[in-house]
Design a protein around this ligand. Structure first.
Ligand code: FUL
Length: 460
């Protein structure tokens, strides 16, 4: 079989001329500085810890008392060592989950560690341990609060802002604020004052990304670690509010219509046929939140569900290696440590991630393609057993490539197709399974204007 290595990739460009105005509109959408930084450190860990750890539940009831938090001590440095061994670069702690219990001695409620038997401030312990090991620190603060009586009244918005202020001023640099859209079916109807929350975060922590019910990081749409074939970062602007809209959909007819048009769970969020219908676009990269175990909180019954290092590495490949960030949940136990099974799997994951790039064959910055760069050939010094190809677009120039193929050159000079993919974005990892070859060919089939590839690496 012969392949048509058409030199002019713009021919397959959906009929758009290269510098068409519409194409310019798409490629003018680029990450903010905060988003750009996040994508340079795309793997970090969630830590679900709190009242539910003590009571062995996933969601609380709203009727717990502070004294029900019976955990007496934690070993935060052990938590951090465990996630660092996996190669994670940050931690997001559930400072308050839906049950309303606060892991720090908040001035604005009695329902916190201060009124339990625990002596200390868990948010401080974890953020200090992160600092000591040079890990970024982020906070999860559940908007939905089953316990607080102010919930459902305007006073709750004040309470929430006071809590945000405590978290964003007393614990050093915060790199991500995670707002969960979850809310129980019987919860009181309530409109969160998102505009006020966002303004406060921008003021107190200008370098923080606001995730999920927020404008900076998109929920990938499921909690099982699945990603789409094409995980776009340039999407219609309405999607930025999709999670907050689902929260309020029964109260605003207009918003629920928008929601029908596009939600975080739709398959196609950013192909040209979606973008052309949308007046305003934004950069909104996906984050994959998934747990190392069955549940989000620790339960000893679920020790058997800890995912193996091999499985975690697969998740890494399909998230970080598919233009997403990975937020891997590792829940500390009721003894205040990361369980040895989780720690072992994390260590194995770290080893696999390191091994992936331990033996580079060739790494090149391709820069901006010209029209004649329909395909690019790479020659290796000798026959190699190729295991991974890692391609990165220069996302400061947006996301451009929409379809590309990889061919491997065998020692008798023949080309064999090894992969046919759609988008690239911040990082695309293509596992090759140790195929023997003396070179490779990258064929860009379709792109929004000239592709800009900051790095292509081949690894044995
Ligand atoms: C969900 C929550 O209800 C879960 O308990 C967990 O926190 C997960 C990350 O988000 O919406």
């Amino acid at each position: 079989m012969t392949y048509n290595f058409d030199k002019n990739w713009a021919n397959g460009n959906n009929g758009y001329p290269l510098n068409d105005e519409e194409v310019q509109r798409y490629i003018s959408v680029v990450p903010s500085e905060n988003q750009f930084r996040l994508l340079q450190n795309p793997f970090y860990c969630f830590m679900h810890f709190g009242m539910n750890t003590a009571t062995a539940r996933e969601w609380g009831t709203g009727t717990e008392k502070a004294s029900d938090f019976t955990i007496k001590s934690i070993c935060a440095p052990q938590w951090i060592n465990a996630v660092k061994a996996a190669g994670a670069t940050g931690v997001i702690l559930t400072c308050k989950h839906h049950d309303g219990f606060c892991l720090w001695p908040s001035e604005y409620t009695e329902f916190s560690v201060k009124h339990s038997g625990f002596d200390g401030d868990i948010v401080k312990m974890v953020s200090d341990a992160c600092k000591a090991k040079n890990l970024a620190f982020g906070v999860y603060l559940s908007p939905w609060d089953m316990h607080d009586e102010r919930y459902g009244t305007e006073a709750y918005n004040d309470y929430f802002c006071n809590q945000l202020t405590e978290l964003l001023t007393n614990y050093g640099e915060i790199n991500e604020v995670w707002f969960d859209g979850a809310k129980g079916a019987n919860a009181r109807a309530f409109e969160y004052d998102w505009t006020r929350y966002y303004a406060l975060i921008r003021k107190l922590q200008p370098n923080a990304n606001i995730a999920i019910c927020g404008p900076d990081i998109r929920w990938v749409g499921n909690e099982g670690g699945k990603t789409r074939k094409s995980e776009f970062s340039v999407v219609p602007k309405t999607l930025c509010m999709a999670e907050t809209v689902s929260e309020n959909s029964q109260h605003s007819e207009k918003d629920s219509v928008k929601l029908k048009n596009l939600t975080s769970t739709d398959e196609d969020l950013g192909s040209r046929s979606v973008l052309e219908k949308s007046k305003e676009l934004c950069w909104y990269p996906a984050e994959v939140d998934v747990s190392i175990r069955k549940g989000w909180f620790y339960s000893k019954n679920e020790n058997v569900t800890v995912k193996s290092g091999k499985k975690l590495f697969k998740l890494y490949l399909t998230s970080v290696g598919n233009n997403c960030t990975l937020l891997l949940n590792v829940p500390p136990t009721d003894k205040g440590v990361i369980h040895h099974k989780d720690a072992k799997a994390l260590k194995n994951l770290g080893k696999r991630i390191k091994e992936m790039t331990a033996n580079p064959i060739l790494i090149e910055n391709l820069g901006t393609f010209s029209k004649k760069d329909g395909y690019i050939d790479f020659s290796f010094d000798r026959e190699r057993k190729l295991k991974y190809i890692i391609i990165k677009e220069d996302i400061s120039k947006s996301q451009r490539v929409e379809a590309f193929d990889i061919f491997l050159k065998t020692k008798n000079g023949k080309y064999k197709k090894a992969a046919s993919k759609t988008i690239i974005g911040a990082c695309k990892i293509i596992p090759i399974k140790g195929k023997k070859c003396v070179g490779a060919r990258l064929v860009v089939r379709q792109s929004r204007s000239n592709p800009v590839i900051s790095e292509i690496g081949f690894y044995e």
